[in-house]
Design a protein. Structure first.
Length: 122
Protein backbone atom coordinates (compact mmCIF):
# COMPACT_ATOMS: atom_id res chain seq x y z
CA UNK A 1 0.00 0.00 0.00
CA UNK A 2 1.31 3.41 -0.94
CA UNK A 3 0.32 6.32 1.28
CA UNK A 4 0.98 9.81 0.01
CA UNK A 5 1.43 12.94 2.02
CA UNK A 6 1.25 13.14 5.76
CA UNK A 7 3.30 16.13 6.75
CA UNK A 8 3.86 18.91 4.25
CA UNK A 9 7.07 18.52 2.29
CA UNK A 10 9.37 21.51 2.23
CA UNK A 11 11.44 20.17 -0.64
CA UNK A 12 12.39 22.91 -3.06
CA UNK A 13 11.67 20.53 -5.98
CA UNK A 14 8.15 19.83 -4.64
CA UNK A 15 8.79 16.13 -3.99
CA UNK A 16 6.09 14.66 -1.77
CA UNK A 17 7.27 12.16 0.83
CA UNK A 18 5.41 8.90 0.31
CA UNK A 19 5.11 5.83 2.51
CA UNK A 20 5.21 2.33 1.02
CA UNK A 21 5.04 -0.78 3.22
CA UNK A 22 5.83 1.26 6.32
CA UNK A 23 8.92 2.92 4.83
CA UNK A 24 8.99 6.62 4.03
CA UNK A 25 10.44 7.48 0.61
CA UNK A 26 11.59 10.92 -0.51
CA UNK A 27 9.14 11.05 -3.43
CA UNK A 28 6.14 9.36 -5.02
CA UNK A 29 8.35 8.23 -7.90
CA UNK A 30 10.82 6.55 -5.53
CA UNK A 31 8.02 4.77 -3.62
CA UNK A 32 6.48 3.65 -6.91
CA UNK A 33 9.84 2.22 -8.02
CA UNK A 34 10.11 0.32 -4.72
CA UNK A 35 6.71 -1.24 -5.49
CA UNK A 36 7.87 -2.15 -8.99
CA UNK A 37 11.02 -3.76 -7.60
CA UNK A 38 8.89 -5.82 -5.20
CA UNK A 39 6.83 -7.06 -8.17
CA UNK A 40 10.03 -7.89 -10.07
CA UNK A 41 11.26 -9.94 -7.09
CA UNK A 42 7.96 -11.87 -6.99
CA UNK A 43 8.14 -12.52 -10.74
CA UNK A 44 11.75 -13.75 -10.50
CA UNK A 45 13.29 -10.99 -12.64
CA UNK A 46 15.10 -9.53 -9.61
CA UNK A 47 16.73 -11.57 -6.83
CA UNK A 48 16.89 -8.80 -4.22
CA UNK A 49 17.13 -5.06 -3.75
CA UNK A 50 18.27 -2.66 -1.03
CA UNK A 51 17.41 1.00 -0.49
CA UNK A 52 19.60 4.04 0.30
CA UNK A 53 22.98 2.33 -0.13
CA UNK A 54 26.11 4.51 0.28
CA UNK A 55 28.71 4.08 -2.48
CA UNK A 56 32.18 5.66 -2.39
CA UNK A 57 32.62 7.39 -5.75
CA UNK A 58 34.00 10.75 -4.69
CA UNK A 59 37.51 11.96 -4.11
CA UNK A 60 38.97 9.62 -1.45
CA UNK A 61 39.22 11.37 1.91
CA UNK A 62 37.33 14.43 0.63
CA UNK A 63 33.79 13.52 -0.43
CA UNK A 64 31.07 11.72 1.51
CA UNK A 65 29.69 8.50 -0.02
CA UNK A 66 26.99 8.97 -2.66
CA UNK A 67 23.71 7.37 -1.56
CA UNK A 68 21.89 5.60 -4.40
CA UNK A 69 18.14 5.07 -4.10
CA UNK A 70 18.34 1.33 -4.80
CA UNK A 71 20.94 -1.40 -5.20
CA UNK A 72 19.46 -4.20 -7.35
CA UNK A 73 20.59 -7.75 -8.13
CA UNK A 74 18.94 -9.10 -11.29
CA UNK A 75 18.04 -12.71 -12.10
CA UNK A 76 21.50 -13.33 -13.59
CA UNK A 77 23.22 -12.15 -10.40
CA UNK A 78 24.40 -8.85 -11.90
CA UNK A 79 24.27 -5.88 -9.53
CA UNK A 80 23.42 -2.32 -10.54
CA UNK A 81 22.43 0.89 -8.76
CA UNK A 82 19.26 2.86 -9.47
CA UNK A 83 18.53 6.52 -8.84
CA UNK A 84 15.06 8.00 -9.35
CA UNK A 85 15.28 11.68 -10.34
CA UNK A 86 12.62 14.31 -10.81
CA UNK A 87 15.16 17.06 -11.48
CA UNK A 88 18.71 16.76 -12.74
CA UNK A 89 20.75 19.18 -10.62
CA UNK A 90 24.34 20.38 -10.98
CA UNK A 91 25.22 18.30 -7.90
CA UNK A 92 23.79 15.19 -9.51
CA UNK A 93 25.72 15.88 -12.74
CA UNK A 94 28.89 16.03 -10.60
CA UNK A 95 27.99 12.63 -9.14
CA UNK A 96 27.51 11.26 -12.66
CA UNK A 97 31.01 12.45 -13.61
CA UNK A 98 32.39 10.81 -10.46
CA UNK A 99 30.44 7.60 -11.22
CA UNK A 100 32.06 7.44 -14.67
CA UNK A 101 35.47 7.53 -12.95
CA UNK A 102 34.91 5.33 -9.87
CA UNK A 103 31.49 3.65 -10.19
CA UNK A 104 31.75 -0.03 -9.20
CA UNK A 105 28.78 -1.12 -11.38
CA UNK A 106 26.26 0.47 -13.77
CA UNK A 107 24.01 3.28 -12.51
CA UNK A 108 20.48 3.34 -13.93
CA UNK A 109 19.03 6.85 -13.76
CA UNK A 110 15.23 6.84 -13.93
CA UNK A 111 13.90 10.24 -14.96
CA UNK A 112 10.20 10.69 -15.78
CA UNK A 113 9.79 7.12 -17.00
CA UNK A 114 12.96 7.17 -19.11
CA UNK A 115 16.01 5.19 -18.02
CA UNK A 116 19.62 5.99 -18.91
CA UNK A 117 22.60 3.89 -17.89
CA UNK A 118 25.88 5.36 -16.63
CA UNK A 119 28.87 3.05 -17.00
CA UNK A 120 32.35 3.42 -15.58
CA UNK A 121 34.77 4.63 -18.21
CA UNK A 122 37.79 2.34 -18.29
Amino acid sequence: MIRIGGRKSHNKYHAVQTEYRGIRYASKAEATRAGELDLLVRSGNVRWWLRQVPIDIGEPGVDKPYRVDFLVCDEAGQVHAEDVKGVSTATFQRHVRQWRIRGPFPLYVIYQGETSVIFRCT
